[in-house]
Design a protein around this ligand. Sequence first.
Ligand SMILES: [Zn+2]
Length: 101
Amino acid sequence: MTPFAAMAGLVAQILEAPPPEYNAGPYTAKKVFSINPNRDCTTLIGSLEQSRKKFNACYVPLTDEIYLPKDCDETKGKIGKTCKGLVEHEEGHARGWRHKP
Ligand SMILES: [Zn+2]
């Protein structure tokens, strides 16, 4: 297991699944597979320093893009449970789901 996978595994346990109405259906966002989603997400949507959390993935409304770890690219082969959780979560945001403050 790579350090990233270990870290993502921890996060996956607390990763919220989108509500059913955002769990399926079309969306326009493009997926960007990054070697450093935390860096890209922090640059694009701001630091989570306050909550001391790191981005594993994010949806950027301004550019309509989903940033995901490079390992989570389904077109390059089978993806693991952690990636599936991240993809589902961010696709939910791409369909309009927002976290309650
Ligand atoms: Zn979220």
